[in-house]
Design a protein around this ligand. Sequence first.
Ligand code: FPP
Length: 246
Amino acid sequence: MGVKDQIDLQRLPEHIAVIMDGNGRWAKERGKLRIFGHHNGVISVRDVIEGACDIGLKYITLYTFSTENWNRPKLEVIAIMELMVTTINKEIKNFMEKNVRLRAIGDLSMLPDKAYRELQKAIETTSGNTGLVMTLALSYSSKREILRAVKLVAEQVKNGDLSIDDINEETFEKNLYTSGMPDPELLIRTGGEHRISNYLLWQIAYAELYFTTKLWPDFRKEDLFEAILDYQKRERRFGLTSEQVN
Ligand code: FPP
């Protein structure tokens, strides 16, 4: 029985977040420039999205570019932005066929004009799709997202639209970029590092973490299925005892 067939489709995580790490090392191992790794990373994205659609996953959020990544060598930044634009343009037909809705979270105002325009166009074109919601975290920093939410809440209190007593998890979350999305139950990080790198810090409070040494360009849908299987073997206790959960 293949890995996919072992997955219990009734107990899928609703939302999977992914830190796609290891593109640079993958390229270096082959004596190539880092951008070669990013190009091959796109092949992994395509395959993983196909796998996610096959099993009927509802949300996937991909860490595509962090605010810290702006400090990478200029040529690499330009190349990643161009790659994003060409990939989105190329994939849009596929998104429509597969009923995938594209979204983006992060400080999109920092994107180059062309990348921003093309991204918005694709978001709009796919906005009516009702299948997988594929969110790109772009120019994203979780700490900045939380601070932004704090400021928005403060503004609402100042304007008399919200009372301090009504600030709770629910009202706060409405001010995060991810408002309206369920929190990820599973976070996958490729590339062998065991860290979160400023990603969805609020939203992963109770996520199961899955680390693999596979570099992102080697990651395929079967690896996604392996991660889901591993997730399904875990007992999620949310602070309760094992007896209480069972
Ligand atoms: C991390 O690997 C990867 C990135 C910062 C870029 C990820 C972008 C892509 C895969 C392109 C995706 C495009 C779309 C449209 C989704 P790294 O460069 O940090 O690798 P390293 O840790 O080996 O240096």
